[in-house]
Ligand binder design. Structure first.
Ligand SMILES: *[C@@H]1O[C@H](CO)[C@@H](O)[C@H](O)[C@H]1NC(C)=O
Ligand SMILES: *[C@@H]1O[C@H](CO)[C@@H](O)[C@H](O)[C@H]1NC(C)=O
Ligand SMILES: *[C@@H]1O[C@H](CO)[C@@H](O)[C@H](O)[C@H]1NC(C)=O
Ligand SMILES: *[C@@H]1O[C@H](CO)[C@@H](O)[C@H](O)[C@H]1NC(C)=O
Ligand SMILES: *[C@@H]1O[C@H](CO)[C@@H](O)[C@H](O)[C@H]1NC(C)=O
Ligand SMILES: *[C@@H]1O[C@H](CO)[C@@H](O)[C@H](O)[C@H]1NC(C)=O
Ligand SMILES: *[C@@H]1O[C@H](CO)[C@@H](O)[C@H](O)[C@H]1NC(C)=O
Ligand SMILES: *[C@@H]1O[C@H](CO)[C@@H](O)[C@H](O)[C@H]1NC(C)=O
Ligand SMILES: *[C@@H]1O[C@H](CO)[C@@H](O)[C@H](O)[C@H]1NC(C)=O
Ligand SMILES: *[C@@H]1O[C@H](CO)[C@@H](O)[C@H](O)[C@H]1NC(C)=O
Length: 568
């Protein structure tokens, strides 16, 4: 009533300057304190004398007033009396907001110019206290509409909207597979709304791992989502398949596990396996194991559901095998010229391939090697490889061809400087023949021992015509061959026409032969006569420094040799 009088006084004093602003809306949060600004956020005019808040005229309640420079004075007598306060700038603070505070409040500013009225509308918001997903179904039968659950967004204002999600994707009501029923209940006392949403859903096989959630957006626009729920989707078996639980090729001796896979959920627990004409009933397992199978296990296998025998599956198993037997299979020692029969026996479940290598080199023929007449070059390690798909067997034997040494070549030729002779002796045999010479030559080289052959070269500087012996020997026996080497001078003459005097026997021109014959006889005779006359000849060779009789003998030989050469 003070206010009334004050207003009246003002109006009387200053004439009626009555201003009403458009309504300002302020949104408060349920239960919290809300500021109702008086002058639309601006400070009150300087000449304000007092400010007073009241309710809409229809409610006709005075709430609070404040004279400039004085503390505020609460006028309300009802529940507001303990919940209101006022600041210097004219704002009224309203504590513990309820939905009943959603009204229009009026701020009156009394200034020297007149009376100003500001209308402030209060709106109270509240996010749901809780979001709960209740009444979940335990199992969903495929294709049948079933209640997934009820989602409650409790005590909100305005009422919350509930959205359903499957795997974070929104589900929309379609009236068939997805049925969503929403309802809102308003609390009789608080006026707050609880939204309930029920989802009924027709699950498919693909929903076995699906997670369902419900959610709301809070007033700030942030999502709130319930804990996810998942379901067991049940459906009858439609398909059965039979699988082999081992990888790769089945071999004799393997253990094989067959597994009967049914696509129903829950999976069937009793199966029949048809194993080689016998029915094996398996309970609480979907597998059947055969141990240590052999080639007879090849064939067709079946399984079916014990409860529904018409649902069956079959599979064809093939057991592979590759057994290889080689004779000989270790080291075999044969004589050169012998016969060797190699036998490869292959016992396999399919078309296999055979290839052979000798000393790691591929043999051209993929046939088993045969040896009708063994030579030293046949010696070596033979490896047969038999393959059948991924299966592989390797067998081998080592062949040793042994025999007494044989000289295959004994030659001489003039050295490049024309001052020495190169002698070559080649021998064949196993074990490796040892080559020795009857002269002290200069050792040149020995070739590697390959395919039973070895050859050695020496150089000699014969100061007289020599018969040189090459001896080859191994543990079996030895062989000796000789070659006549004339002294250098004579050879050189002949070599003018033929670099190699190997061909003593072949390549001399007949004219020269005739000439030589004559010269040889004459010279030989001359020497012979000379020797007869002076038994102690001063004619000597480096090698022949023994007694005179020996020397004589050798010289005689040389004469003969010369005459023979001449013949050729
Ligand atoms: C009014 O004053 C109070 C207390 O000083 C302050 O919290 C509020 O922000 C002010 N309001 C306006 C609109 O200036
Ligand atoms: C709920 O949805 C309706 C219609 O889309 C919308 O008008 C309302 O504001 C929504 N309520 C909330 C709390 O988001
Ligand atoms: C759904 O989204 C949440 C958060 O983004 C994530 O953690 C969850 O794995 C998602 N679920 C599915 C099924 O995608
Ligand atoms: C059953 O198996 C057959 C053949 O594999 C396939 O065509 C069919 O789609 C399967 N049925 C189901 C329900 O999976
Ligand atoms: C097969 O199973 C038996 C026992 O069931 C086992 O002794 C044997 O080692 C298995 N054989 C193979 C090749 O795994
Ligand atoms: C198994 O082999 C038999 C005879 O060859 C054939 O009739 C059958 O269809 C095969 N079964 C499967 C599953 O391949
Ligand atoms: C075996 O080979 C050697 C050398 O090639 C030959 O001399 C011999 O006559 C052959 N023997 C048979 C039985 O063919
Ligand atoms: C080779 O020379 C050695 C000594 O140097 C000698 O003992 C041997 O008898 C000679 N051999 C021949 C065949 O001349
Ligand atoms: C060696 O033999 C040749 C013929 O080949 C002959 O001319 C020469 O006189 C002989 N030399 C000696 C020393 O006997
Ligand atoms: C080598 O000479 C001797 C006599 O000096 C003779 O008996 C022999 O037949 C000759 N050998 C060859 C291969 O010419």
């Amino acid at each position: 009533m003070h206010l009334l009088s004050a207003g009246a006084v003002a109006v009387l004093l200053f004439g009626i300057v009555y201003q009403v602003s458009s309504t300002v809306t302020v949104i408060g949060t349920y239960g919290e304190t809300l500021e109702l600004p008086c002058n639309n956020g601006s400070p009150p005019p300087d000449d304000v004398m007092f400010i007073q808040w009241k309710l809409n005229p229809s409610e006709s309640g005075m709430m609070i007033k404040k004279l400039k420079g004085k503390p505020f004075e609460v006028l309300a007598k009802d529940g507001y009396s303990s919940r209101v306060s006022m600041m210097d700038n004219g704002s009224m603070f309203l504590e513990a907001l309820t939905l009943e505070d959603q009204k229009v409040f009026i701020c009156m500013l009394v200034t020297l110019q007149g009376l100003l009225e500001r209308h402030v509308k209060v709106v109270v918001h509240k996010d749901p206290t809780n979001l709960e997903l209740l009444e979940q179904a335990a199992e969903l039968e495929i294709g049948k509409l079933a209640k997934i659950g009820q989602c409650n967004a409790i005590d909100a204002n305005p009422a919350a909207n509930i959205t359903w999600f499957k795997n974070n994707k929104t589900l929309s009501h379609d009236g068939e597979g997805i049925v969503i029923d929403d309802s809102v209940q308003v609390h009789a006392v608080t006026g707050l709304s609880t939204t309930s949403s029920t989802l009924r859903y027709s699950a498919g096989k693909g929903d076995a791992d699906a997670s369902f959630t419900c959610g709301t957006l809070d007033l700030a626009g942030q999502p709130r989502v319930s804990l996810p729920v998942t379901f067991t989707i049940t459906y009858p078996t439609e398909n059965v398949s039979l699988k082999v639980l081992s990888e790769g090729v089945l071999l004799e001796g393997d253990n094989v596990t067959l597994r009967c896979v049914a696509d129903g959920n829950p999976a069937p627990t009793t199966f029949n396996f048809f194993i080689k004409g016998e029915v094996k009933n398996v309970v609480d397992s979907d597998s059947y194991t055969m141990t240590n199978i052999n080639r007879d296990a090849t064939g067709e296998y079946k399984c079916s559901l014990a409860e529904k025998p018409s649902l069956e599956a079959s599979i064809n198993l093939t057991v592979s095998y590759l057994n290889v037997d080689l004779s000989p299979s270790e080291e075999v020692v044969k004589k050169a010229g012998d016969t060797l029969v190699v036998a490869l026996k292959v016992d396999s479940s399919g078309d296999h391939k055979v290839s052979w290598t000798k000393d790691n080199g591929l043999l051209k023929a993929d046939q088993v090697p045969t040896f009708k007449n063994l030579t030293y070059s046949d010696a070596g390690v033979y490896e047969g490889q038999v393959t059948l798909g991924p299966l592989r067997r390797v067998v081998s034997f080592q062949l040793v061809v042994e025999g007494a040494p044989v000289i295959t070549l004994l030659t001489k030729r003039l050295g490049e400087d024309g001052r020495h002779k190169v002698l070559t002796c080649e021998a064949e045999g196993y074990p490796k023949p040892t080559i020795t010479w009857s002269v002290n030559g200069t050792w040149l080289e020995e070739t590697p021992y390959i395919n039973g052959k070895v050859s050695q070269k020496i150089t000699v500087v014969p100061s007289a015509n020599l018969t040189v012996y090459c001896t080859v020997s191994n543990q079996f026996s030895q062989q000796i061959q000789s070659i006549n080497v004339s002294s250098l001078f004579e050879e050189v003459r002949m070599d003018k026409q033929d670099q190699s005097d190997n061909g003593d026997q072949t390549k001399l021109a007949i004219g020269i032969v005739a000439g030589l014959l004559l010269v040889g006889v004459i010279v030989g005779l001359a020497y012979w006569i000379y020797m007869k006359r002076s038994k102690q000849g001063s004619w000597k060779t480096g090698e022949l420094e023994n007694g005179s009789s020996e020397e004589e003998k050798k010289l005689e030989e040389k004469v003969e040799e010369n005459s023979q050469k001449a013949e050729m």
